[in-house]
Every structure is written in structure tokens, then in C-alpha cells.
Design a protein around this ligand. Structure first.
Ligand SMILES: [Zn+2]
Length: 197
């Protein structure tokens, strides 16, 4: 059976909750769901619905998915949208255009945040600055990477974010120095963190 996920027909959010009754159970010593009602509320737009749309949860990453707005009562114009951690993009008049936009967002994540969890931007408030460093695989221990090597020796370059105590966290790896400098510049624009030399 393909797994499905209900989404809000008005804004496409998957953050919807359903009204229900719970009864106390002596045996489990906990509240047990005894019934659900038809009404669902969207935690994002606050609208109620009794007929959510459904997307294929098996292929759809909760952090990014394509959906269609058809509901005439929606504040959004009809069409296809991409919903992601970055925001809402659309409407597109055809599904393949929304799919292409999703690929663009995913490619951007892989370029800017390929060392971060789920390739998503970190919480920038934890950091004080950005820095670029050359890296190479440790010849004595191939599973281990050596950081802060000179450009002539580097095999790839990592953009790090440094916290207030000077500890660095890898944000993204790049194949070339110029690419790493370009990414650092983009991350500076996004985060406001200075690039330390
Ligand atoms: Zn909604």
C-alpha cells in the first residue's frame, strides 16, 4: 500500500490536525483515542477543512513536495506549487514546471549545505563567522580527512561556520577553491556572518 499524507487544500501545508475524543483507559493508564471527527484544522493557515488533499508520502520528502491548489476558497491562485523549508514557490501552470523548481531548490541545497543534516541551512545564530579551508584525505588513515591544508595540497575545499568558542562545523564541500569562495559569499549574504581569512 502506498503511504499517503493529508495536506491542507488551501495552502498545501502538511501540518494539519484532526479533532478527536480521548477516553481514559484503566489498563494502559493512558488516554486512548476513541473517535475522530471530520473537521481538520491547518496549523499553518488556520483554516478548517473536512476534505484534505492527499499526496504520495512515499516519494514526497516532508521538507519539500509539489502539490496542486484546486480549492476555489483558497487565498492562493490555482496551480501547482512547491512547498519547502525555504518557503512557497508558485503557482506554476503545469506540474512539470513545479517539479523542475523542486529540482532547482534541491540542487541549491546540495551546493550550499551538503554537510548539513538533510542538506538544510543550519541555525546561523549559533555561529560567529564563516571560513574556507582546504582539505585532503589523510594518507595514513584513508577514512579520515585533514583540514586546513594549503591550496596546493588540498583535494577539496570546505566552507565552515565557526561558533563563538572557535569550534568549526562543516557547512558544504566544494571541488574547487573558486567555487568554495563563491559559496562562502552566498552564505555570507544569507547569514550575515563575516568571512574570516
Ligand atoms: Zn493551510
Amino acid at each position: 500500500m502506498t503511504k499517503q499524507r493529508p495536506i491542507c487544500p488551501n495552502c498545501g501545508s502538511a501540518d494539519i490536525s484532526r479533532d478527536a475524543t480521548a477516553r481514559w483507559c484503566d489498563e494502559t493508564q493512558d488516554w486512548t483515542l476513541s473517535g475522530t471527527f471530520d473537521d481538520m484544522t491547518c496549523d499553518d493557515c488556520g483554516r478548517e477543512t473536512n476534505g484534505p488533499d492527499w499526496i504520495d508520502a512515499g516519494s514526497a520528502d516532508a521538507e519539500i513536495y509539489v502539490f496542486e491548489i484546486r480549492a476555489s476558497e483558497s487565498e492562493l491562485p490555482r496551480g501547482w506549487y512547491v512547498r519547502s523549508a525555504e518557503g512557497l514557490n508558485g503557482p506554476f501552470d503545469e506540474e512539470w514546471k513545479a517539479d523542475r523548481e523542486q529540482e532547482t531548490i534541491e540542487a541549491r541545497r546540495k551546493r550550499l549545505f551538503n554537510c548539513c543534516a538533510d542538506n538544510l541551512a543550519p541555525d546561523w545564530s549559533r555561529f560567529a563567522s564563516l571560513t574556507v579551508g582546504g582539505c585532503k584525505v589523510d594518507p595514513e588513515d584513508p577514512g579520515h580527512t585533514l583540514g586546513l591544508v594549503c591550496d596546493a595540497e588540498a583535494q577539496f575545499w570546505t566552507v565552515y561556520a565557526r561558533d563563538k568558542d572557535g569550534c568549526s562545523e562543516a557547512i558544504t564541500d566544494c571541488g574547487a577553491r573558486a567555487e568554495a569562495d563563491q559559496v562562502a559569499q552566498e552564505l555570507y549574504t544569507l547569514s550575515g556572518l563575516e568571512i574570516a581569512r
